[in-house]
Ligand binder design. Structure first.
Ligand code: 13P
Ligand code: SF4
Length: 330
C-alpha cells in the first residue's frame, strides 16, 4: 500500500516539476533546501553513507526520537524507516514530516497487526504492554510504554517486580531483556529479517580467521549469535563501545550501515561485518536502503511524500512515547 502511494506521489511530484534532472551538486542543493524550508534531516545509522553525511543528526531510535521531540525545525526529513518517521510525526502532529520512500517499512512492525494484537492483549488482561518502537502507530496506541533497544532493560527495571508484562513485537530483544532483568514477560513472536540472518557457524569461522577481533551485536540478533558477543547494545551503544574499547578489530553483528560511522570516527580500527547464512547481502536492511540521496532531495523539493496519522491514533500513541522519554531521563 505504501509502495503504490509513494510511487504515485513521487511521479506526480516529478511531473509537476516538469523535469527529472537532478542538480549538479545534490549535497549543496539539499543544504539550500534545508535553509529554505527550515528543515532538519534526521538519519538512522543504517542509512547509506551519503545520507548519513548530509544529515544534521545521526542516531539510534532513541536518539532520533529525542531529537524529533526537541527540534525547532518546521520540517523533519526522516531518513530511516516508516515507524521512525511516524514516531517523529506523533511527537510533532502539526509539522511536516517527510520520508524519502514511504515503502521503507520494517519486518518487525509488519509482524504485529492491530487486530491480532488486540486478541493477544485480551488473553493477558492483567499485563501492561511494553512495545519496542519498531511497531506501527496503531500498536503504539495500544501500548502503555514504548522502548528502544537502548533503554528496554532500564525501563523494565523501573517497573514493580510483581507487574506482569507483555513485550512486543521483537522476541529476540524480549528474550535479551528477560535475561538481563530476571523478569518473566509474555513475548509477541516477531523478529527482524536482517538480524535473524546472521549465521553462528559463519561467525565462528570468521572469528578463527580474526582471533583478536571482538564480536559485538545488536540485541535483535538471535541467541546463538548473542552468546558469542563480548558486548550487546543498540547502534549508538555499539558505536560508543568500539570507541572506548582498547581492541583494534571488531566483528559487527548488526546492519552494516553503522560501519560507516565507526570507520569515520575510528579510521585506525578495523570493522568486519558479521556474515549472513546465505551468500547474499541480506544483512543489509532492504527497507532502510529504499531511501536514497536522490529521493531525499526530491522529497524536500516537492514536500512529499509526507507521513500522516489519524489524530485519534496519534494522540493515543503519544502517551506511551512520552512515558518512554520521561523514564529514559531517570
Ligand atoms: P536501534 O535502537 O539501535 O536504533 O535499532 C533500530 C533497529 O531498527 C534495529 O534493527
Ligand atoms: Fe526493521 Fe530489521 Fe530493518 Fe531494523 S533492520 S528497520 S528491525 S527490518
Amino acid at each position: 500500500m505504501f509502495a503504490t502511494a509513494n510511487a504515485t506521489a513521487q511521479k506526480s511530484a516529478l511531473a509537476a516539476d516538469g523535469r527529472m534532472a537532478l542538480p549538479k551538486d545534490i549535497f549543496a542543493a539539499i543544504e539550500t533546501l534545508k535553509k529554505d524550508l527550515n528543515a532538519v534531516v534526521l538519519a538512522h545509522y543504517y542509512q547509506a553513507p551519503d545520507i548519513q553525511d548530509i544529515a544534521d543528526y545521526i542516531g539510534d531510535s532513541l536518539g532520533l526520537s529525542q531529537q524529533a521531540a526537541s527540534t525547532e525545525a518546521d520540517v523533519i526529513v526522516f531518513a530511516g524507516v516508516h515507524f521512525m518517521a511516524e514516531t517523529a510525526k506523533i511527537l510533532n502532529p502539526h509539522k511536516l514530516v517527510l520520508l524519502p520512500d514511504l515503502a521503507a517499512g520494517c519486518s518487525l512492525a509488519d509482524s504485529c497487526l492491530p487486530d491480532d494484537f488486540a486478541k493477544f492483549k485480551a488473553q493477558h488482561p492483567d499485563h501492561i504492554v511494553i512495545s519496542y518502537i519498531n511497531c506501527t502507530a496503531d500498536i503504539k496506541a495500544m501500548s502503555d510504554i514504548i522502548c528502544t533497544s537502548s533503554n528496554a532493560v532500564q525501563l523494565v527495571n523501573q517497573l514493580p517486580t510483581d507487574q506482569k508484562i507483555i513485550f512486543a513485537p521483537d522476541r529476540n530483544l524480549g528474550r535479551y531483556v528477560m535475561a538481563q532483568t530476571g523478569r518473566d514477560m509474555v513475548l509477541w513472536q516477531g523478529s527482524c529479517i536482517v538480524h535473524e540472518t546472521f549465521s553462528e557457524k559463519k561467525l565462528l569461522q570468521l572469528k578463527i580467521n580474526h582471533p583478536t577481533a571482538e564480536i559485538i551485536a545488536h540485541p535483535e540478533c538471535e541467541q546463538p549469535v548473542l552468546r558469542h558477543a563480548s558486548y550487546i547494545g543498540s547502534t549508538t551503544a555499539l558505536l560508543n563501545y568500539v570507541a572506548a574499547s582498547p581492541s583494534n578489530s571488531f566483528i559487527v553483528a548488526t546492519e552494516p550501515g553503522i560501519i560507516h560511522q565507526m570507520e569515520k570516527q575510528m579510521p585506525t580500527k578495523r570493522f568486519i561485518p558479521a556474515p549472513p547464512e546465505a551468500n547474499c547481502a541480506c544483512n543489509e536492511c532492504p527497507y532502510m536502503r529504499l531511501n536514497t540521496l536522490e529521493k531525499l532531495y526530491w522529497a524536500m523539493k516537492h514536500k512529499t511524500p509526507e507521513i500522516t496519522i489519524a489524530p485519534e491514533i496519534g494522540s493515543a500513541a503519544l502517551a506511551p512515547i512520552q512515558r518512554m522519554l520521561e523514564m529514559s531521563a531517570r
